[in-house]
Design a protein around this ligand. Structure first.
Ligand code: SF4
Length: 404
């Protein structure tokens, strides 16, 4: 339970600047990597600190905390559907608004039943968010290549025979075990580390733009299908009216013809006009069915689900010239931003490909331990069983077959 600002759901045009009473139980029907609420979404109820609240208690708490609405959020609200439904019906009776935050993975029947009591919803598009999260993980990985690395090596060497001298005893043992631990801090890698990090950062921006673009496209498609249906409905009204008018006209023409006031040719013309407009009416009726199916498809509903859409009667004039529109499009179109990002990424990749012409420099600290047994702790013939060294190592590949 928590009281959040409504903008955190996030809902921006729904009772702005009010507080919302947010509740969740444990559990989710997904297992997304990088889930922000994994501590509750992937746990059982008995594994977390919790309170027992009946639906009526939730409504009472929301009112006592002076909130305007209740959010079913954090984990996945669909997993506690019955509890949410009971709470939502009571909240509606008490004059509170209901908000669902969900991954949207629910069957149509229960969704429609619940929708009667919902006032707001935020459905997250998970697959694209995975793309953004993957880019975020790639960026984090690139951050780590700038940090030092610690590695260990363990070696065993077997000589053909032990070497010894009369004065010094064993000088080179037959079996030698070596343990080396190395700490490496990259100092310079031909600018490739910084550029790789920059690319990962831009990749993250690109994934975010992509996610936004997908959302915009879904909204655009839904709006287009909605207005196309609206337009067909208007056309239907006009066509029906035209049929009525031409039917009346044909009747009048028929009467005039029967009393000899007009020639047969005029009557035939009226009949043809009526036949044409009736045909047009059939085309419009088919167009309406098509527009409804299209809208159903975009809304991911049954393709034959009945749809009645509401006309939009308010009109807000748009007093902007073409230059303003072009500037706004250039500034806001995500496709342009994504193309710019692509160019910048390619420039960085070009810089990275030049890194092989330059030397790389690493700071290295090594610690050695030598011995004649597996634990590498001295032995006969080992004069210096442990040592360390610090140095800078510069590597420059002067020629590589087929790559230089
Ligand atoms: S759907 Fe939401 S709550 Fe469930 S695992 Fe994915 S991010 Fe977490």
């Amino acid at each position: 339970m928590h009281v959040d600002p409504i903008e955190k759901k996030p809902l921006n045009h729904f009772f702005p600047a009010t507080s919302i009473f947010s509740i969740a139980t444990t559990g989710c029907n997904f297992r997304c990597l990088n889930c922000q609420n994994w501590e509750i979404s992937q746990k059982r109820p008995e594994d977390v600190r919790h309170s027992e609240l009946f639906p009526a208690d939730v409504v009472r708490e929301a009112k006592e905390r002076d909130t305007h609405s209740i959010a079913y959020t954090y984990s996945e609200a669909i997993t506690y559907y019955e509890y949410m439904y009971d709470t939502a019906t009571r909240a509606r009776e008490a004059g509170l608004k209901n908000v669902l935050v969900s991954n949207g993975y629910i069957n149509k029947g229960p969704l429609l039943r619940l929708a009667e009591y919902l006032d707001g919803a935020n459905i997250n598009l998970k697959s694209l968010q995975e793309g953004t999260k993957a880019a975020l993980a790639a960026k984090k990985i690139q951050q780590t290549v700038l940090l030092p690395t610690l590695s260990v090596t363990y070696r065993f060497r077997h000589n053909y025979e032990e070497k010894s001298s009369f004065l010094f005893g064993v000088t080179s043992p037959q079996n030698q075990y070596t343990f080396v631990s190395t700490l490496t801090q990259p100092i310079f890698a031909g600018f490739s580390l910084v550029n790789q990090y920059e690319i990962a950062k831009m990749g993250l921006d690109g994934a975010r733009y992509n996610e936004k673009l997908y959302r915009h496209n879904v909204i655009f498609e839904a709006k287009r299908a909605y207005f196309s249906l609206l337009k067909m409905q208007k056309l239907l009204e006009v066509s029906e009216l035209a049929v009525k008018q031409l039917e009346a006209h044909k009747t009048v023409a028929n009467n005039f013809y029967e009393v000899g006031m007009i020639p047969l040719n005029d009557l035939l013309k009226a009949q043809v006009e009526l036949a044409n407009i009736k045909q047009n009416l059939i085309v419009v009726q088919n167009g309406i069915d098509l527009a409804k199916s299209n809208l159903n498809l975009i809304l991911r509903q049954d393709i034959n689900a009945p749809i009645v859409i509401v006309d939009i009667t308010s009109y807000t004039p748009f007093y902007k010239d073409i230059d303003y529109c072009l500037k706004q499009a250039e500034k806001n179109r995500l496709e342009i931003k994504m193309t710019d990002l692509d160019i910048r990424i390619k420039e960085k990749e070009l810089k990275i490909s030049k890194k092989d012409f330059l030397p790389s420099i690493n700071l290295q600290a090594n610690y050695y331990r030598l011995g004649t047994a597996w634990d590498a702790k001295r032995g006969s013939g080992i004069s210096d069983p442990s040592s360390w060294e610090v140095g800078a190592v510069s590597t420059w590949n002067l020629w590589e077959c087929g790559r230089s």
